[in-house]
Design a protein around this ligand. Structure first.
Ligand code: PLP
Length: 368
């Protein structure tokens, strides 16, 4: 029997192909490449899609988080409590702002920042709490907001894996001071390169971030503060505008694929993290097994590609060696067991069934 390989992700345009081609041509024909009409329009459209007050498009989400911290006045001497399980960029942004990340352990079911663990780490230097809506599942922002309000802290949401997700029916990114999104190609809404955005309901914060992304400029040739450049270019904005109208359908498709995986994995030797909120948007579909490497090899032998998100808990990254003594045993344990199955809107049901069959004929952690 021959069957085609199942990649972990496929980033070639599909039903959006004609719109993406037209968007690129439109920018070339106009000859305007930085901070122009495409970025303006994308900012309006993305703010609408995410129900946020304002969107400021920037070069990456790492920059978005860094600029939010800077505009909130958070820097040297301040601590930001964040999750031990995320893409490393969440905490890199804290470092780039000059502040110190403090890692809290995760909720063992939700795999996102545990509000109880956060509560034990709040101290005199704590300035903000930064949850991540990991894998598309919303973090418990309701509990985290209660905590940040009690202590007068900022709440900054990392929404990079969770475009259009909701938490208890409320769109993510609206509970705290500001939220950061990434449009890195693999994200639920991806560009043809790097891109990111800040979403916030705070007009003053938005205006400051607009200056910070553009050389500290308030008007042409008038620069009020030191700043770098961090801008989404017109070409990427146009591509994102072509894709944004598909995002709701793509999200529905992700949820359907995840549902098929879930149904097929009932009673399996692998364990599947529960869906704790119907607003989960399934950026990834991680499963857990104590013999992760053996399962990956078994799937690879059947031409099924997987990835690990994430193999190393953030406190163990050398980048944070100077700042991260906190033990996070739950994140440590989970990092050794996670494996992300193929999941993207263009994946078909037959491919999911092949992955399920391959997992079903894996003997399991004890006998492989
Ligand atoms: C991708 C990602 C980032 C970084 O986004 P960039 O746009 O590549 O800077 C940060 N946090 C999380 C949770 C991510 O998944």
């Amino acid at each position: 029997m021959t069957s085609s390989p199942i990649p972990w992700v496929d980033l070639r345009p599909g039903e959006d192909r004609a719109a993406v081609d037209a968007a690129i041509r439109r920018v070339l024909d106009r000859g305007w490449y930085v901070l122009g009409p495409e970025v303006d329009a994308f900012e309006t459209e993305f703010a609408q899609a995410t129900s946020s007050g304002q969107t400021i498009a920037v070069a990456s989400s790492t920059d978005a988080l860094t600029l939010i911290l800077r505009a909130l006045g958070i820097g040297p001497g301040d601590e930001v409590i964040t999750t031990a399980l995320s893409a490393v960029y969440t905490a890199q942004a804290v470092m780039m702002a000059g502040a110190r990340p403090v890692f809290a352990d995760i909720d063992p079911e939700r795999l996102t920042l545990d509000p109880t663990a956060v509560a034990t780490l709040v101290g005199p230097r704590t300035a903000a709490v930064m949850p991540v809506h990991l894998y598309g599942q919303p973090a418990d922002v309701t509990a985290l907001r209660t905590l940040t309000q009690l202590h007068g802290l900022a709440l900054i949401e990392d929404c990079c894996q969770a475009h259009l997700a909701t938490c208890d029916g409320v769109p993510i990114g609206m509970t705290g001071e500001a939220a950061a999104y990434s449009f890195y190609p693999t994200k639920n809404l991806g560009a043809l390169g790097d891109g990111g955005a800040v979403c916030t309901g705070n007009a003053e914060l938005a205006a400051w971030i607009r200056r910070l992304r553009n050389g500290g400029q308030t008007e042409r040739n008038h620069h009020t503060e030191p700043a770098s450049h961090s801008r989404l270019d017109e070409l990427q904005a146009a591509v994102l505008r072509a894709r944004l109208p598909h995002l709701r359908d793509w999200t529905t498709r992700r949820r359907a694929l995840a549902g098929r995986y879930r149904a097929g994995l009932v009673g399996s030797v692998v364990s599947v993290p529960p869906e704790l909120d119907a607003g989960h948007v399934y950026h990834l579909f991680p499963i857990r097994t104590a013999a992760r490497d053996a399962l990956r090899a078994h799937l690879r032998a059947q031409d099924i590609d997987t990835l690990v998100h994430f193999p190393v808990p953030m406190p163990a990254q050398p980048a944070f060696a100077s700042v991260s003594p906190q033990p996070c045993p739950l994140a440590d344990a989970v990092c050794g067991e996670l494996v992300s199955l193929p999941l993207y809107p263009g994946l078909d049901d037959r491919a999911v069934d092949r992955v399920l069959a391959a997992v079903a004929d894996w003997p399991g952690p004890d006998r492989d």
